[in-house]
Design a binder for this molecule. Structure first.
Ligand SMILES: [Zn+2]
Length: 311
């Protein structure tokens, strides 16, 4: 390949024979590459590699004439180090003016992208609030989302989700992203690196949750997300005789639970710590649907799940 640049070695006057040799060998370039490393020149001399470089740089430099790959202007460049020489000799070398211009253009392009992203995000959030996106979520999903929004950073959120090891929470997060309740920043279109959400979104969700628990419309969801139910049976510590209750406590539910007549339900009681137990009641066809596999821990009450979220 024909080189488009010229190289001229400029040496200081009155050099000793040794200095002259060091300078000539140090700055010798062939096909765009330095012929020798300073360590090779230092071999068989009472000089260190660093001292060789010092002598070479003190008594010589290169004058390189190269054309800017951008504006094609010919420039004479003073190269006072091998690193600088390598930079000036690459075929895509840009003059300072063009390099600066390109840098400014790149910065402007990035700024434009950033502005566009911010605008898109603002529109997304605005639409979500106007459409009251939270009404498309179940109570359980909103409770879980509220917990997620408490994460101080995206890192904490991801760590929390991984710890829970339950795909349904990731689904809630992605659903929230689709419906504009959060905006996930993804790397390579996949890895979540950051997230934002509309200001006051938690207040709006909480307000909505309060409003539906006040109205408590029956059969609000035509197909309940969790048709099964379960709660903890607290051991009756005051039991004195075999006739006393084994478990004794009060319980409240955060939603209406419809038990249908003439429908088969499966119930199971699971041991818990301190002699307590967990009862779960599930429509039998639900269990058949999940391939007849009984779950070792039974269904979880949303309150129990939320307690797991600790940042
Ligand atoms: Zn240029």
């Amino acid at each position: 390949m024909k080189e488009i640049y010229q190289i001229e070695l400029v040496k200081a006057g009155n050099l000793t024979a040794e200095e002259n040799e060091i300078v000539s060998r140090y700055w010798l370039v062939k096909d765009g590459l330095f012929c020798e490393k300073p360590s090779e020149i230092a071999k068989n001399r009472p000089l260190s590699t660093l001292e060789v470089s010092k002598i070479a740089k003190k008594h010589g430099h290169l004058l390189i004439t190269n054309k800017c790959s951008c504006c094609q202007t010919e420039r004479k460049l003073k190269a006072t180090s091998q690193a600088l020489t390598k930079r000036y000799l690459i075929s895509s070398w840009d003059c300072d003016d063009c390099a600066k211009e390109k840098k400014v253009a790149k910065k402007e392009r990035l700024e434009l992208i950033e502005i566009q992203l911010k605008e898109d995000r603002a529109n997304k959030f605005q639409k979500a609030i106007a459409e009251k996106s939270w009404t498309k979520f179940s109570k359980e999903e909103l409770h879980a989302l509220l917990q997620m929004l408490q994460a101080p950073t995206a890192k904490h959120l991801i760590a929390g989700l991984i710890k829970l090891n339950d795909k349904s929470y990731w689904k809630i997060l992605h659903k929230a992203n689709i419906h504009g309740m959060v905006d996930l920043v993804k790397k390579d279109g996949f890895y979540i690196t950051d997230y934002t959400y509309p200001t006051n979104i938690t207040e709006m969700i909480q307000e909505y949750l309060e409003s539906i628990s006040l109205n408590n419309p029956p059969n609000e969801f035509s197909s309940p997300v969790h048709p099964e139910m379960g709660f903890r049976l607290v051991k009756n510590k005051n039991s004195r005789s075999a006739e006393d209750a084994l478990y004794f406590n009060d319980v409240t539910f955060d939603r209406d639970i419809l038990i249908k007549a003439n429908t088969l339900y499966s119930y199971s009681v699971w041991p818990r710590e301190n002699g307590d137990a967990w009862i779960s009641i599930t429509p039998s066809d639900n269990i058949l649907k999940s391939k007849n596999i009984t779950r070792p821990n039974g269904p979880q009450h949303v309150g129990d799940v939320i307690k797991k979220w600790k940042y």
